[in-house]
Design a protein around this ligand. Structure first.
Ligand code: MN
Length: 381
């Protein structure tokens, strides 16, 4: 593909930023006051985070890091859908699956009713203010992962509203059993399959360890930045492993899951490893699956990456093709400001069918209602 040609790509990993008054303006005061809010100390060194009656003191990043984090949220479209579409036109991003940002706080609610109501307000907002504004935008519904009955009820409401995907944390609520326990989660998987909802697990969403004074920091010392960032990818691989191993995906062959932002090239090697376990430890394996684990992974687990040089080779060499690209707009791990450069580096030397599959078609297999990008009149950069 010529370097001056615009490559249009669908993004299976984008985000909206919740307005500050989202819950305050919509929930009754008794519930609203328990929603997440942060109060900074006057000296800017610490903040107190209030969530559902909990008060968590945490150290704020140093001024240099704070400035970097603010700069990473520069794109105005994070708060404004018209500007978002203009940014996307400029960058060459066509359709987007739009995740929440404050969704990461969900695991910190202890009251099932509060969580249920908060999710309902978020979903009404996301549908009205984002998804309904353009056929190019799909939002992930948020549902309770603390109470499965609440979660299923909100999934049904969300599907009726037009949602096509559900945002999932890579580990469930800390007060809930893990995803591989079929006695708890079976109704959830069954409902998602029945409703045709993609379960979209976003990496980096494990419950916070509030004993740490800086959220997201697990490792310290030499290499800490790379260790902490890389650590977030493993939980995406774990949840895919769990849903294959416990038989959830085998029992529900029409259920599709997406592991967003965690890369794609791990799938073939994980599949080999799981097949080895399934074969070599066959006498201990429960439940028995109707298909080899790798076949289930290849068939029902979609993944997204932003910059990975190994993604095209993974499809060409190992035949895994449930690979989506993701911009991660407007987060700092994403491609905003250099999307076309990245897409050309990734795909200029790849065969056209591979480029087509990863930039557009795998996403449209997940979400067939999404319109195709313009094929004529490609804009020059
Ligand atoms: Mn993301």
């Amino acid at each position: 593909m010529a370097a001056h040609t615009k490559i249009w790509a669908n993004s299976a990993d984008s985000h909206w930023l919740e307005p500050e008054d989202l819950w305050r303006s919509e929930l009754p005061p008794a519930l609203a006051e328990r929603m997440p809010r942060s109060v900074k100390d006057p000296d800017g060194q610490y903040e107190t985070v209030h969530i559902d009656g909990l008060q968590i003191r945490r150290k704020l990043p140093n001024p240099r890091r704070q400035a970097f984090m603010e700069a990473s949220n520069r794109p105005k479209g994070a708060h404004d859908v018209r500007q978002r579409l203009a940014d996307n036109d400029e960058e060459g991003i066509w359709a987007e699956l739009v995740f929440p940002s404050l969704g990461m706080w969900n695991a910190s609610f202890r009251d099932p009713a509060l969580l249920r109501e908060a999710m309902r307000v978020s979903n009404d907002y996301a549908m009205a203010e984002i998804q309904n504004r353009s056929a190019r935008l799909l939002c992930t519904a948020q549902v309770s992962l603390l109470d499965v009955d609440d979660g299923v009820a909100e999934m049904r409401r969300a599907a009726a509203m037009g949602f096509k995907a559900v945002f999932m944390t890579t580990t469930p609520h800390p007060r809930q059993k893990d995803y591989n326990y079929n006695d708890v989660w079976e109704p959830f998987w069954a409902a998602a399959e029945e409703l045709g909802l993609v379960l979209a697990f976003h990496i980096g969403t494990d419950a916070f360890d509030f004993t740490n004074d800086e959220i997201g920091i697990q490792f310290r010392g030499p290499g800490g930045a790379i260790l902490n960032y890389t650590e977030t990818t493993y939980s995406g691989q774990r949840v895919a492993t769990k849903l294959v191993a416990c038989g959830a995906l085998d029992r529900h062959p029409d259920l599709k899951i997406l592991i967003a932002e965690g890369g794609s090239s791990w799938v073939p090697s994980l599949g080999d490893r799981m097949n080895e376990a399934y074969r070599q430890h066959a006498t201990m394996v429960k439940p028995v699956l109707s298909r080899p684990p790798k076949e289930i992974l290849y068939g029902q687990v979609y993944t997204s990456f932003q910059h990975d040089e190994t993604a095209t080779g993974t499809m060409m060499q190992f035949g895994y093709d449930k690979i989506c690209w993701g911009s991660d707009y407007p987060h700092m791990e994403g491609t905003w400001g250099h999307t076309q450069k990245t897409l050309h580096e990734l795909f200029d030397d790849a065969p056209a069918p591979v480029r087509q599959r990863i930039t557009q078609d795998a996403y449209r297999e997940l979400f067939p209602t999404v319109p195709a990008p313009p094929t004529r009149g490609l804009k020059l950069l």
